[in-house]
Design a protein around this ligand. Structure first.
Ligand SMILES: [Zn+2]
Length: 389
């Protein structure tokens, strides 16, 4: 219902795409591998500034972020969850596509309901989140249950709640096709103290055994922000550390026959930082995060807001979940990742961004919808059927 209302705002564009679907058929846009990356405390406005104008010393440049930007589609103006700008609740939104709290005026089955940033040792998203939804499906469920493979790498062991919620005990029975078991995460490694080890292990693991979907959390800008703040050389250097990690990921993709031209990167931040460190969800510097999509045949250097019929640049504002014009959010990146794998959205998820080609791109038009994925197609069909009837 909400989506239908949103789509009316760009009806002509959607109708145009719908007609190209009719005449061109639905092109497969999927890749076999998606690396879904969350960089902890990656504040969008400062990142944009230092990537555009590298801070002194001049050696602090960000070639990997520049590559994401010049070869992919992106925005530096996405949003965290409306009510929480802390790590654990936002990561649960990224993998479930759900807000943390029940949005005003909406059903009690929308939100995941897990707001603690320090999970108890036995907590799961299911048992300790929103009781109206006994099981909260995730990206890991959809990938695994459809017969594909998954990785989880995190540089905060507190994110163990992600692993625990979808393990052999707490994961749902696989009811899609052949049962692949209840454990939705084929390989998980969670550490504290830094991301160097997990990225090296990820590269080695993907070289030996490529897995289709990886969710990876990189911590350094958060630990540095807590220690020194966000607008200083120490923080710029922590982003340089992330850039170096991304260079390892690009190197892996570039040199792997299996992964090259067959892998997408989706990258966001869980929150920014600077006001009360980053706990105040009403502060722009805390709720502003980037979203990058690379390797998905989207227009190089494209603005994600120009590529989506149901996401709208919020300027400096903080729209709640009931606003008619929703911004890109970090919670969109789960379903975005699934769409790039050609998979349906997370069951019960609320945040379902759509991607369509730019009308000016003849190459994309010729292909119909390149990277729209299942979610967008469903929405397009729904709008098309409304238009026809
Ligand atoms: Zn933090």
């Amino acid at each position: 219902m909400i989506s239908d209302r949103l789509f009316r705002n760009k009806t002509s564009l959607v109708a145009f795409v719908a007609s190209s679907l009719i005449f061109c058929g639905i092109a497969r846009a999927e890749v076999d591998y998606v690396i879904h990356i969350s960089v902890d405390a990656l504040r969008g406005d400062v990142l944009q500034r230092i990537v555009a104008n590298p801070p002194l010393p001049a050696s602090t440049t960000y070639p990997s972020f520049r590559r994401l930007q010049t070869e992919g589609a992106f925005t530096y103006n996405a949003r965290s969850d409306f009510n929480y700008t802390e790590t654990v609740p936002n990561h649960i939104s990224m993998i479930t596509g759900r807000p943390v709290n029940q949005p005003a005026g909406q059903s009690n089955t929308v939100h995941h309901g897990y707001s603690s940033n320090f999970p108890g040792a036995t907590h799961t998203i299911h048992a300790n989140g929103n009781p109206a939804i006994p099981y909260k499906y995730s990206t890991f469920d959809v990938v695994h249950d459809n017969g594909l493979s998954t990785n989880l790498y995190a540089s905060k062991t507190r994110l163990g709640i992600l692993d625990r919620s979808y393990d052999a005990t707490n994961g749902a029975i696989d009811a899609i096709g052949v049962s692949n078991g209840r454990d939705k995460i084929d390989f998980a490694q969670l550490v504290d103290g830094g991301s160097a080890g997990i990225v090296s292990n990820f590269v080695a693991s993907m070289t030996a055994t490529p897995r289709n979907y990886t969710f990876m959390h990189l911590v350094e800008p958060d630990s540095t922000g807590h220690g020194s703040g966000w607008e200083n050389q120490a923080w710029y250097d922590s982003v340089k550390t992330i850039d170096d990690r991304l260079a390892q990921v690009f190197n892996l993709i570039d040199n792997s026959p299996a992964l090259r031209d067959n892998t997408a990167i989706v990258l966001t931040g869980d929150h920014g930082g600077g006001v009360q460190v980053h706990t105040d969800p009403t502060a722009y510097v805390n709720y502003n995060v980037p979203v990058f999509v690379w390797g998905a045949d989207l227009p190089a250097g494209g603005d994600l807001y120009d590529l989506s019929p149901n996401r709208f640049d919020p300027g400096l504002t903080r729209p709640d979940y009931s606003a008619a014009q929703q911004p890109w959010r970090n919670g969109d990146t789960g379903n975005l990742s699934l769409s790039l794998l050609g998979l349906p959205p997370i069951p019960g998820s609320y945040m379902q961004p759509a991607l369509v080609p730019e009308p000016s791109s003849m190459a994309l038009l010729a292909m119909g919808v390149i990277a729209a994925g299942w979610a967008a197609r469903r929405a397009v069909r729904r709008v098309a059927s409304i238009t026809v009837s």
